[in-house]
Design a protein around this ligand. Structure first.
Ligand code: ZN
Ligand code: ZN
Ligand code: ZN
Length: 389
């Protein structure tokens, strides 16, 4: 089945409590977003009404939700398994005050009012400022810190079910890339191709299509180009960077296509050279993945290949980013990240070379660190694709 087994949520909460205690936090306050989904299975969009999972180191977790979402919260795997209790508030209630009362009952209220009030409260990174400010007013004197200090370590290593979902998402993205790269592309606006990509991502099994970068010709030199009205022409490359969400887990893959047209226009020699270089950087960095090496060392390998050929200044971003319930999460494959890779870490390897005003080349796979080596979850070929139409 395409989901995380229900029983896993109780395990995750138990591991979270241990980490809360070890990290010296009084409690974590987690709002709608990936941390909340990780612990409860709750899927939603952040909004002006506060939704907050209060996880103390000791004592039952309380899931504070607006009344209209109480049934949805009751139906989450964590609550069904008895791991958290739903506390519903009404439209005229002050939810921050409710949270402060709950914390006070645990000895974690306003500063100086209980035994645990010297410990920081961890807030999820995605909690809106309006809610943070209300919580600060309701809990005078309390210190707030990012809950990611705790959640990062839990989420950074994927278990077998998470790896399975990442693999399924990657395969769905691969099928989408193959279909788009086969054309037709010539004469179409980037935005039109992006619409087709989004449709196919969903048809191939994603629940949601999250992004579809289509950078044709000179637009490919802008790594995060928004697909626009420019029409794709024969005799230029197109960078396709696409991804979606499948059962909460993201795909993210990039291929660069050469649009040859009916007349079979050949790319200029420098394009071939740059393409081969980016491919070599991708393959060398992927081959360097194994437990114990640092995240930074993978970046160094990719950058070394491109730098040695004289294109270092045109590789303008880090080599990759972790992926899971978020498209960008730890571990970041970047200079200075001395964290050692561990089996179960999943991240992108996406070197690129961008020549302003001309074109760009990027090749991106998601790689899962295994017990001995890296496993690319994207299986579509790194050969240069040539579109005739
Ligand atoms: Zn990107
Ligand atoms: Zn990407
Ligand atoms: Zn990426």
């Amino acid at each position: 089945m395409n989901s995380i087994p229900d029983a896993r949520y109780a395990d995750r909460l138990a591991a979270c409590r241990v980490a809360i205690d070890a990290g010296g936090f009084g409690a974590l306050l987690l709002s709608v977003g990936p941390d909340l989904r990780y612990l409860t299975g709750f899927v939603g969009e952040p909004m002006e009404r506060l939704t907050l999972l209060v996880v103390p180191a000791d004592g039952k977790a309380q899931f504070v939700v607006p009344r209209l979402e109480a049934a949805k919260a009751e139906a989450t795997p964590l609550v069904r398994a008895g791991g958290a209790e739903v506390v519903a508030f009404e439209e005229t209630d002050d939810p921050a005050a409710r949270v402060a009362d709950l914390l006070a009952a645990l000895g974690l209220g306003a500063a100086g009012t209980g035994t645990g009030t010297g410990k920081p409260l961890g807030l999820s990174d995605r909690l809106w400022a309006m809610h943070v400010l209300q919580l600060q007013r309701a809990l005078p004197g309390r210190v707030f810190e990012p809950a990611s200090a705790v959640l990062r370590e839990l989420r950074i290593v994927k278990d077998a079910d998470e790896a399975r979902l990442l693999r399924l998402a990657a395969a769905a993205a691969d099928r989408t890339i193959e279909a788009i790269a086969a054309g037709p592309l010539i004469g179409r606006a980037e935005a039109d191709v992006a619409r087709e990509i989004r449709g196919r991502l969903v048809d191939e099994g994603h629940d949601v299509a999250d992004f579809a970068i289509v950078g044709s010709g000179p637009n490919g030199a802008s790594p995060h180009h928004d697909a626009g009205e420019r029409r794709i022409q024969a005799g230029e490359p197109v960078v396709l960077d696409i991804g979606g969400t499948l059962a909460g887990y993201l795909s993210d893959t990039t291929r660069t296509v050469w649009v040859a047209g009916e007349q079979g226009i050949e790319p200029e020699p420098e394009f071939r050279r740059v393409y081969d270089l980016v491919r070599e950087a991708n393959e060398a960095a992927t081959a360097a993945v194994r437990p114990g090496v640092t995240a930074a060392s993978i970046d160094t390998v990719a950058r070394g290949v491109i730098g040695a050929a004289g294109y270092g200044e045109y590789f303008t971003h880090r080599t990759g980013h972790g992926i899971g319930l978020e498209v960008h999460e730890d571990p970041y494959i970047v200079e200075g990240n001395s964290a050692a890779l561990r089996p179960g870490m999943a991240f992108s390897v996406e070197p690129g070379i961008y020549l302003p005003g001309r074109w760009g080349v990027r090749l991106e796979n998601i790689v899962l660190c295994g017990d001995e080596a890296g496993e690319p979850l994207n299986r579509s070929s790194l050969d240069l694709r040539v579109a005739r139409g």
